[in-house]
Design a protein around this ligand. Structure first.
Ligand SMILES: [Zn+2]
Length: 82
């Protein structure tokens, strides 16, 4: 830790800004991707999914799952949680 502090102490402001951008941008990107993933996962749970593979079957007219081909009357439809 002291080494890191010493390293930062030796740097001027332009180097600090570059370091902040270099480390800050990937961190923000990761946070953004995780946030988008969490929102998608949340909305996905509200939809009806195939009991066999979890594919969203809401709105399809067929009784066969388009993903795994399972008969939805047999494998069942999992209703999403609120
Ligand atoms: Zn399926």
């Amino acid at each position: 830790m002291q080494m890191v502090l010493g390293l930062i102490g030796n740097l001027g402001w332009p180097e600090l800004v570059i370091l902040l951008v270099l480390f800050g941008v990937p961190v923000l990107l990761v946070i953004g991707v995780v946030a988008v993933f969490m929102v998608k996962k949340k909305s996905r749970q509200k939809e009806a999914t195939c009991g066999g593979c979890g594919y969203i079957v809401e709105g399809i007219s067929s009784l066969l799952c388009p993903e795994c081909g399972g008969d939805l009357r047999k494998v069942g439809i999992v209703k999403g949680r609120e």
